[in-house]
Design a protein around this ligand. Structure first.
Ligand code: GAR
Length: 208
């Protein structure tokens, strides 16, 4: 379909795990709060519960696992074919735990959005909430955050920030309590940010 002739932004969501953020996106699409449709969910893990969430929502899903010893470039070439085949307006990394190559990113310039459970410049990589919680236990911090950013290159959890929000860490927090608080913030921040991007895309595509 040509740009400007549809009112629903096409999202491909990349996942590796539970998929609560995917669920927030699916729910917001279903209620009409997000003028978008998830056209595919792609996971690098066959066991990701996010795949079940996609199935429950009737959304096509693909598991693409890396082969033994496969180069990142080769994996990403396969990934590119699959993702591009769904014609996304935006590629959303919602708990996607692989670094994407610049070749992959070159196919979707300014269209890849990552969610990370930390403030910009802090705690890149895996287990960011757990590390923040340990730092709080050690008296080194009293808050952490969430950010949504564009992915311009292979920098880990780094790129132009679209939205960020602080999350307090309370002295009696268990890790589970902190994770739940972070997730709640993530679900809203991610959906709201995608919503803003949808508006910007539709403005760009509307003929003058
Ligand atoms: C989320 O907390 C997301 O921010 C994080 O993975 C979790 C996925 O949760 N992403 C990263 O850590 C990226 N470095 P979910 O599968 O329940 O949406």
């Amino acid at each position: 379909m040509e740009a400007g002739t549809r009112n629903s932004t096409r999202l491909v969501v990349l996942v590796s795990g539970n998929g609560t953020n995917l669920q927030a996106i699916l729910d917001a699409c279903a209620t009409g709060d997000l003028p978008a449709q998830v056209v595919a969910v792609v996971s690098n893990k066959s066991t990701a519960y996010a795949l079940q969430r996609a199935a429950d929502a009737g959304v096509p899903s693909v598991h693409i696992g890396p082969h033994d010893g496969e180069l990142r470039a080769d994996y990403d070439a396969r990934l590119t074919d699959i993702v591009a085949g769904f014609g996304p307006d935006l590629v959303v990394l919602a708990g996607w735990m692989r670094i994407l190559t610049k070749d992959f990113l070159g196919w979707f310039p300014d269209r890849v959005v990552n969610l990370h459970p930390a403030r910009p410049g802090e705690l890149p990589g895996t287990r960011a909430v757990e590390r923040a919680w340990h730092e709080a236990l050690a008296g080194e911090r009293t808050s952490t955050g969430v950010m949504v950013h564009l992915v311009p290159d292979e920098g880990v959890d780094d790129g132009p920030v679209l939205a960020t929000q602080d999350v307090p860490i309370f002295p009696d927090d268990t890790l589970e309590a902190l994770e739940a608080r972070v997730h709640e913030v993530e679900h809203h921040l991610l959906v709201n940010t995608i919503n803003t991007l949808c508006q910007q895309l539709s403005l760009k595509e509307t003929p003058a």
